[in-house]
Write a protein that binds this ligand. Structure first.
Ligand code: RIB
Ligand code: NA
Length: 309
């Protein structure tokens, strides 16, 4: 089983010619709502690709007692995610304000709401002990993530941690504590560079050097996702693996990273090597960019296998 500990949002999306600069107003035809939140996106990606197989997905999270919260829970259940450990509370459901430009690039502001009430104590030991992989992101309180990571490691459960968005911790030691609690770190190229800078290993614009420094100094396998250039895994001893992305014309890249993480977690839980798991994750992430919204383009197992073949 995979336990996803993290965020659930409703995404409010406006398509724009170009993303507004500070102080500027741009117009968009209409807003649309999509299911989102990095945690929920990763849970749906893992559940869809794993459906019919042996790897179940449970999510630990919180939503508000409001229409968004109810819709988000229904959506997770429909996708086969176990929602028994999601609390409904007196805070608004998380909401993300997203603008997507003509090239499929986005800018996102998250109003966290209920996500900030997620607690490590919401994850029962009975659930953790049945898991082989725990997946974390950075949209719930950092201290709670860290506690879940520590508990997972003590229980021999693999920690896949997506440092998105990059935690605003000050200094090498605080970042080192997070990295040392991680088995598989997943970051995009910008995140890799910012983390390297925070730990004092600034790598210019060389995201592979940044990833290698993180893996070497703190021990996690570091996966850097690099958009159309695919993904690179760097082991602590410097060994590298690469998986290619598919050549596509993206419609909406929102959630591509989450698709990668969810499908990667499924592969690792199935016992694949990191390189093979990354290959599937890259293909799924490419597919997800072809449909508007974070989750709609995520493939099930059959669609993914047809796409890869
Ligand atoms: O990674 C994409 C997600 O980030 C969106 O779905 C949005 O909710 C934000 O959390
Ligand atoms: Na998409």
């Amino acid at each position: 089983m995979i336990v996803i500990f993290g965020s659930i949002n409703m995404d409010l999306v406006a398509r724009v010619q170009r993303i507004a600069r500070p102080g500027e107003t741009v117009l968009s035809r209409r807003a649309e709502s999509f299911f989102g939140g990095k945690g929920a996106n990763q849970a749906v990606a893992a559940a869809r690709v794993g459906r019919g197989g042996p790897i179940r997905v449970a999510m630990v999270a919180a939503v508000g007692d409001d229409p968004f919260g109810k819709a988000c829970l229904d959506n997770l259940s429909r996708n086969g995610v176990d929602t028994g450990t999601i609390r409904t509370i007196e805070e608004p459901t998380g909401c993300a304000f997203i603008t997507v430009d003509e090239t499929g690039e986005n800018a996102i502001t998250v109003a966290s709401g209920a996500n900030m009430a997620v607690r490590a104590a919401d994850l029962p030991d009975s659930l953790l002990s049945g898991a082989s992989v725990v997946v974390l992101q950075m949209e719930v309180p950092l201290a709670e993530n860290l506690e879940v990571a520590a508990r997972a490691r003590r229980a021999g459960v693999k920690v896949v941690w997506n440092f998105a968005p990059v935690p605003q911790v000050s200094g090498r030691e605080a970042m080192a504590e997070l990295l040392s609690a991680t088995d598989v770190l997943v970051v995009n190229e910008h995140e890799a560079l910012s983390i390297a800078e925070i730990i004092g290993d600034a790598a210019g614009d060389d995201y592979l050097a940044a990833g290698a420094a993180l893996a070497r100094s703190f021990g996690p396998a570091c996966i850097v996702t690099a958009g159309s250039r695919g993904a690179f895994a760097i082991a602590p001893d410097g060994t590298q693996a690469h998986a290619a992305a598919r050549p596509i014309t993206p419609v909406d890249t929102t959630g591509a990273g989450d698709t990668f993480v969810g499908v990667l977690a499924n592969g690792l839980a199935e016992g694949l090597e990191i390189g093979a798991a990354m290959g599937r994750a890259c293909a799924a992430a490419s597919m997800s960019c072809l449909t508007p919204g974070a989750q709609a383009g995520m493939p099930d197992r059959d669609a993914l296998e047809r796409y890869i073949a």
